[in-house]
Design a protein around this ligand. Structure first.
Ligand code: GAL
Length: 662
């Protein structure tokens, strides 16, 4: 995978420090198998993949760590974190009691565990890791795997246990997690959750602070009041540990975004935004809550609990030990405020809020009363440039299409149409090429001919006889489509060239790993004359394949590429597909995060100083409707589209490129 070298890793200390200042005492991270084992038994723990360095940085800040190894991780990450070579192992069945898969999973999981042990990073060794996770939300899909699913999850548990890490293992969203695995909750609210073993702590692994975004989709927002309400209620109802998903979501650099169709930004409306800046008032409002909860640690941990039902969804909870007690008054009613009388004093508790009284006398916090100022991020032009508006661009065509690919000269050929995953996902791009000989008397040669391609794309560009024909792409959630366009074929040989581009591989769902990508077929030529329709199915023709693009293969985005001199500075083409554009600019002054404005571009991949900063697609507008003009009402259960913004705007206009210059 193309990754920016050190750029993210440079941000870790600052992000972790901000999390600590935000009142957190643990940092949770997934481990991305496809980043660490991009080729079988070839490992990468360098730069951004330096997991040890990450955990050490957490430790250096004096925080705990929670390591969600998975190694299936979902996370809107390409292929849920699975390396695509796994898919191509003969006989493999993923997330299943299949020896080939289990062997690979065990190999990777034990590798990670051994690395951690070697550096003494588990709490049992004096290190920061207090919990580790195996699998991810398997309970959501187990029924689709039948009995094998149960056997698999039992195997996961005993395999994990055998690794003997000295701290508990968790399994999120797994109601029948086998002991000693702890099952944990993911969701917007987990106060009603009880673990399957009542003697184990109530853990919330994912408190969704917002939601992710897809190309064409809107910007989800979740209010600070509602997140705080969910957290306070969780601790009111006996919660032991909750983790924000995400506290900082950041950016899906390179080709790490999955989905398909997840945007490059993974901002998530998290307390630390994509740029690593404070998202106020969410960050500040939650900081106050954390500090107050932590000040009550003793009563919450060791106290006796008494609860009172005041009716109308109003509950009081008192934690007491010795002569100290702490109180929560929660009002889950969506519309009516409440007055709670406790020991002769009236307390006003607004609808959908929790009040906290660390000494049961003085209300120091109410989740609906926000006293942190909202902040707005301002984007300033590059002060280091004299005339930042006038960047000078040069360009080069991706390739001379007529001479090469459209003539069908690929790297391999076979008599069928293949799933794009056979390429091990080394690139978004795969060329599918075939030819068709048509006799001059063939009845298919009519004035009304078309080509029809069944695709799961996600993007398809079609060329016939060296000419560009047309393109089509999917919309989020509907990845199968039929491309059908009029064509004119000639007697004799005709060349069909189809370029398929993926926009992140499936990361979630039952058997998500076998969801097809690329051109699924059939590919047909259709001739119509009067009532007669003749169809030629090209699916079993000889197809020739080529992965990638010339410019990608030759890394022409690097300044030391052998093609670095061959760029044109005149006649900059506009609205032209498969074109490379290049410019230089002075590194912005100061330390502020840097964003690139991609407005005006179509779809592609961008690099800064050779580092891939992700896919861009600013021409893909977010849907027109679904945004409210009124302020978001924090009251009532949240759902991901409740408070959407950004209607009718580019789905993602800016790409983040911080610290890439250092
Ligand atoms: C959860 C999953 C996470 C992430 C989240 C949505 O179900 O465990 O990995 O995908 O949904 O952002």
């Amino acid at each position: 995978m193309d990754e920016p070298s050190q750029s993210m890793a440079n941000m870790w200390p600052d992000l972790i420090k901000k999390a600590k200042d935000g009142g957190l005492n643990a940092i949770e991270t997934y481990v991305f198998w496809n980043a660490h084992e991009p080729l079988r038994r070839q490992y990468d723990f360098s730069g951004n993949n330096d997991l040890i360095r990450f955990i050490q940085t957490v430790k250096d800040e004096g925080l705990y760590a929670i390591l969600r190894i998975g190694p299936y991780v979902c996370a809107e990450w390409n292929y849920g974190g699975f390396p695509v070579w796994l898919h191509n192992m003969p006989g493999i069945e993923m997330r299943s009691a299949n020896n080939i898969f289990m062997n690979e999973m065990q190999n990777f999981t034990s590798l990670i565990v051994d690395m951690m042990k070697k550096e003494s990073l588990f709490a049992s060794q004096g290190g920061p890791i207090i919990l580790a996770q195996i699998e991810n939300e398997y309970g959501n899909v187990i029924s689709s795997y039948g009995d094998v699913g149960k056997a698999y999850i039992n195997w996961c548990a005993s395999m994990a246990k055998s690794l003997d890490i000295g701290v508990p293992w968790i399994m999120c969203q797994e109601d029948d997690a086998p002991e000693p695995m702890l099952n944990t909750c993911n969701g917007y609210y987990c106060d009603q959750f009880t673990p399957n073993n009542p003697n184990t702590p109530k853990i919330w692994t994912e408190n969704w602070t917002g939601w992710f975004k897809n190309w064409g989709g809107l910007d989800p927002k979740r209010t600070a009041e509602d997140v705080a309400f969910a957290v306070a209620r969780f601790y009111q109802n006996g919660g032991s540990l909750q983790n924000y998903y995400m506290y900082h979501g950041g950016t899906n650099f390179g080709r790490t975004a999955g989905g398909p169709y997840i945007t490059t930004t993974y901002d998530y409306d998290a307390p630390l935004n994509e740029y690593g800046s404070l998202n106020q008032p969410k960050y500040g409002h939650l900081t106050q809550l954390h500090n107050i909860l932590r000040s009550m640690e003793r009563t919450l941990t060791y106290g006796n609990v008494t609860s009172t039902d005041y009716g109308n969804s109003v509950f009081g909870t008192v934690y007491s030990i010795d002569n100290t007690s702490s109180c929560f008054f929660g009002n889950a009613n969506v519309t009516s405020d409440a007055t709670v009388n406790y020991q002769g004093v009236d307390y006003n508790v607004p609808a959908w809020s929790v009040s906290i009284l660390p000494d049961c006398k003085t209300e120091v916090y109410n989740t609906a009363r926000v006293n942190i100022q909202t902040n707005l991020m301002v984007k300033e032009s590059n002060q280091a440039e004299d005339e930042p508006a006038s960047l000078k661009w040069s360009w080069r065509p991706e390739i001379n299409l007529e001479q090469t690919l459209v003539q069908g000269k690929g790297q391999v050929s076979t008599g069928m149409i293949v799933d794009q995953k056979v390429t091990n996902d080394v690139s978004d791009y795969l060329w599918y090429m075939t030819s068709l000989n048509v006799d001059k008397d063939d009845p298919i040669l009519t004035d009304d001919m078309s080509i029809r391609v069944n695709a799961t794309g996600h993007i398809l560009h079609a060329y016939v006889n060296g000419e560009y024909l047309d393109s089509q792409w999917a919309t989020y959630g509907i990845f199968n489509y039929v491309f059908e366009k009029k064509v004119k074929l000639n007697p004799g040989k005709n060349q069909i060239t189809l370029l398929s581009a993926t926009v992140g591989l499936q990361n979630y769902g039952p058997k998500f790993d076998v969801v097809q990508s690329g051109i699924s077929g059939p590919v047909e030529i259709i001739g119509r004359k009067g009532d007669e329709t003749i169809i030629k199915d090209l699916s079993l023709h000889k197809w020739s394949y080529k992965t990638g693009l010339h410019g990608l293969d030759n890394k022409i985005y690097n300044s030391d590429s052998k093609f670095s001199a061959q760029w044109n500075s005149d006649n900059l083409p506009l609205n032209k597909m498969l074109t490379w554009y290049k410019t230089t600019f002075k590194a912005p002054l100061g330390e502020d995060p840097v964003a690139l404005d991609m407005q005006g571009l179509g779809k592609g991949l961008a690099w800064v100083n050779g580092n891939s900063i992700g896919r861009y697609w600013p021409s893909y507008m977010a849907q027109e409707d679904g945004c409210s003009t009124e302020a978001c009402d924090y009251r009532g259960s949240y759902y991901s589209s409740k408070c959407d913004t950004n209607c009718g705007q580019p789905t993602q206009r800016w790409l983040v490129s911080h610290n890439i210059f250092s």
